[in-house]
Design a protein around this ligand. Structure first.
Ligand code: NAP
Length: 249
């Protein structure tokens, strides 16, 4: 019997869970547990890390998992690497549902950077007004640049002071739209944006807003993840699971 582990935490994972439920397949949606109130899902849910590759292997065995779908965020490299290692060791089929990265177009003023540290280093110099669109857990990388005024958007209200001295916090969960992000950045007086190349539609509004406002973007490129099978759409993954007819594709 098919029994799927869906590694989640993204909009795409929610769509994948819906397709699994609609197909009548057995599946478990796994959250890391980073947000206070994770969205409900139409399949079983579990929350929390597995305990590295060994913990994941034990979970896969105990739960009788036959297929793993990695629909984590493109920057969740640790989890994705663990999934590759555990599935290879146990000969369990693995597929990643991964959005294509954003590509700079006309009017974009991007500087590509390899990681958070490089983005922080690129901010050395006089004080600026920075929209730091990278998530709470990575803010510490910017403590070495305290001269700037930062705008930070978080899913949950912070329960402790943030590690940046001059910061305005917006609590909001995507998807966001361009008009709203343009207004937000105007209101803050943003003059540079720091973003991770997440891809997808839910977070692209800030990139479109930066383009419209003529602002530079420090674009952090995706981390390298070990080679695995990759699908771009839920339908492709359903095909891989050999249930395409149930989706009408
Ligand atoms: P990460 O650095 O790759 O993972 C660190 C550890 O967190 C993993 O080794 C694993 O712990 C646990 N973990 C991560 N994703 C998990 C999942 N779906 N289910 C169970 N355990 C998970 O991941 P991250 O960048 O911190 O991201 C954490 C979660 O937030 C992911 O679900 C991701 O999809 C979501 N997210 C991340 C970003 C981002 O920019 N990184 C943005 C939006 C959403 P163990 O080793 O103990 O198993």
């Amino acid at each position: 019997m098919t029994r799927i582990l869906l590694l989640g935490g993204t909009t795409e994972a929610g769509l994948m869970a819906r397709a699994i439920a609609d197909a009548g397949l057995e599946g478990v949606y796994s959250y890391a547990g980073r947000t206070d109130a994770p969205l409900g899902q139409p399949i079983h849910m579990r929350v929390g890390g597995f305990g590295g590759v060994e913990g994941l292997r034990a979970y896969l065995a105990a739960e009788g998992i036959t297929h793993v779908i990695d629909a984590t965020h493109p920057f969740a490299a640790q989890m994705s690497g663990n999934a590759v290692a555990a599935c290879a060791a146990m000969d369990i089929p693995l597929i990643a549902l991964e959005r294509a990265p954003w590509v700079a177009g006309e009017g974009d003023r991007w500087t590509h950077l390899a990681d958070l540290g490089a983005a922080a280093a690129a901010l050395s110099g006089p004080a600026r007004r920075v929209f730091l669109a990278i998530g709470r857990q990575h803010l510490a990388a910017f403590t070495g640049q305290p001269q700037h005024h930062y705008l930070v958007r978080l899913v949950d209200a912070p329960d402790a002071p943030l590690p940046l001295p001059q910061v305005r916090v917006i609590v909001a969960r995507g998807p966001f739209d361009m008009a709203g992000d343009t207004a937000l950045m105007r209101d803050h007086g943003t003059d540079i944006v720091v973003a991770k190349n997440a891809g997808g539609k839910g977070a692209v509004a800030k990139i479109a807003a930066a383009r419209a406002l003529g602002l530079p973007v420090l674009m952090i490129d995706r981390p390298v993840i070990p080679v695995r099978r990759v699908a771009r759409t839920v339908a492709e993954v359903m095909g891989w699971l050999d249930h395409p007819a149930r989706l009408g594709v």
